[in-house]
Ligand binder design. Structure first.
Ligand code: SF4
Ligand code: SF4
Length: 206
């Protein structure tokens, strides 16, 4: 099929959308009966190791956060509580959505010349690409708060101010030991010549 074929006029049968609805139902029912079968076997003591489809009882139970997951931004602070940001504008420049607005001010110290008087992020247009974090030369902005739910009735309500960004704390799950990161620990514990073997073991264990 070439790219133009998909723009062919739909037949009368296709315009009823029944074929696509049936396809969707077949996929759903296949998963439903497959899971039902395995859960039944597990209930009678067979296939105890089979994990099956997991449903998280959100919001009471949440999925573990992965360290690479990008969540709501925060601005990091120095020991004296001032923002680490030196208003270099790198994040504002690199941001593909142009949703960072910084106004720089001057600091009296010679070694830290500037600071952000204003630092706003418009979450309404942020695409959570993480480029701002990557571009920052001061490790002044991170996306490790673990906050995934945010909403507002107005567009202005989606703007995070400097004070809000400084008030957020890192989510503890990003920096604690996790069972699902055993591979990292194993690699650290093995000398380089054993690295390939450990990788193989973990690959087949997945
Ligand atoms: S995550 Fe991406 S889109 Fe959002 S503020 Fe940072 S650079 Fe801009
Ligand atoms: S957050 Fe980092 S990249 Fe952005 S202005 Fe501040 S120091 Fe520069």
């Amino acid at each position: 099929m070439n790219v133009h074929d998909k723009y062919k006029p739909l037949t009368l049968w296709e315009r009823t959308y029944l074929p696509r609805i049936c396809d969707g139902l077949v996929v759903t029912m296949r998963h439903f009966f497959r899971n039902l079968w395995h859960f039944t076997l597990a209930r009678f003591g067979v296939e105890r190791e089979w994990k099956g489809a997991a449903t998280y009882q959100y919001p009471e139970v949440r999925r573990p956060l992965y360290p690479r997951l990008r969540t709501l931004h925060r601005l990091t602070k120095r020991e004296d509580g001032t923002p680490r940001c030196v208003a270099c504008m790198m994040c504002e420049t690199v941001c593909p959505a142009k949703c960072i607005y910084i106004v720089a001010g001057e600091r009296p110290e010679k070694e830290i010349e500037k600071y952000p008087v204003k630092f706003d992020i418009d979450l309404g247009i942020c695409v959570f690409c993480g480029y701002c974090v990557e571009a920052c030369p001061e490790d002044a902005i991170r996306m490790d708060t673990g906050i995934l739910e945010f909403s507002s009735y107005t567009r202005n309500g989606m703007i995070l101010t400097k004070e809000m960004l400084l008030s957020f704390e890192p989510h503890p799950e990003y920096y604690t030991e996790r069972k699902d990161l055993e591979l990292t620990k194993k690699l650290a514990a093995h000398p380089p010549e054993e690295e390939a073997r450990v990788l193989c073991i973990n690959f087949f264990a997945l």
